[in-house]
Write a protein that binds this ligand. Structure first.
Ligand code: APR
Length: 181
């Protein structure tokens, strides 16, 4: 696999691959508000993790979010059969929706906050909203890298953030447009 540069003193790594195979404390799911699964990375995570994930999503829906998980919010479940210990589900904005940029930044901020709240040190993100939700990957790269940098600059608790891209050209686009200092 091509070696990519790392950022922020090695605390951010860029990778190409299937996020369901990452050995991290938590991997992030680009879910929809129903938390009942879907296509893309959502489908891959539920397939790889198995029904325990959906069981916990149903419990979250019935207890805390009966109307669904709002865009930008994040919740933690088991990762089921996957190597990762947890899944953090977040709902990205559909590109062109109201305040989409702010809501995408909120996804990253809230996923990192949920990880810190649970004492987790390593987290892997897919490129939230850049698939079905249509967010251009070049614009998403600016939003995600800025939000991650702000968090890591403020808190030492997260030891590593892995940005896992499904396709090499997605990683290349990120590396051309990120704003990590
Ligand atoms: N590992 C890493 N990245 C992946 C994987 C995977 N196994 N599968 C897909 N991706 C990438 C896509 O290539 C895209 O770059 O994740 C990024 C996000 O794409 P989507 O999964 O389509 O997520 P999103 O754009 O946020 O749309 C969410 O799609 O699957 C439904 O239920 C989901 O309704 C929700 C919507």
């Amino acid at each position: 696999m091509a070696a990519f540069p790392d950022f922020i003193g090695g605390r951010v790594a860029v990778k190409v691959g299937d996020i369901t195979r990452e050995d991290v404390d938590a991997l992030v799911n680009a879910a929809n508000g129903s938390l009942m699964g879907g296509g893309g990375v959502d489908g891959a995570i539920h397939r790889a993790g198995g029904p325990a994930i959906l069981d916990e999503c149903k419990a979250i829906r019935s207890s805390r979010y009966p109307k669904g998980l709002p865009t930008g919010e994040a919740v933690l479940t088991t990762a089921g059969r996957m190597t990762a210990r947890h899944v953090i589900h977040t709902v990205g904005p559909v590109y062109g929706s109201v305040d989409a940029e702010a809501k995408l930044a909120k996804c990253y901020r809230n996923c990192l906050a949920v990880a810190v709240d649970h004492g987790l040190a390593t987290i892997a993100f897919p490129a939230i909203s850049t698939g079905v939700y249509g967010y251009p990957r070049e614009e998403a790269a600016i939003v995600s890298s800025r939000a991650i940098q702000v968090h890591l600059d403020e808190s030492p608790r997260i030891e590593q953030v892995r940005l896992v891209f499904f396709a090499a050209e997605d990683a290349a686009a990120f590396l051309r447009h990120h704003v990590f200092s």
